[in-house]
Design a protein around this ligand. Structure first.
Ligand code: ZN
Length: 70
């Protein structure tokens, strides 16, 4: 679990907290890494691969079926 410490009161606070819940002072949220954006791109790439794979499978299935009907 990721936690960080308030720079004013040294209380453990949520990494994305904007205000310390202990001393009520404004704290700078931890800088977000590009992980979120990268994950989104990976998800998109995976979706594309899955879609393409499904298309190929369906096409192969239809080809097979055409052979059965002939
Ligand atoms: Zn604090």
């Amino acid at each position: 679990m990721h936690t960080r410490t308030c720079p004013f009161c040294r209380e453990t606070i949520h990494p994305e907290a904007l205000v310390c819940r202990s001393c009520q002072r404004e704290v700078t949220p931890a800088p977000k890494s590009g992980k979120c954006r990268g994950g989104w791109l990976v998800a998109l790439a995976l979706a594309a691969v899955v879609t393409a794979g499904t298309a190929v499978l369906v096409r192969g299935y239809l080809e097979e079926r055409r052979h059965w009907l002939e």
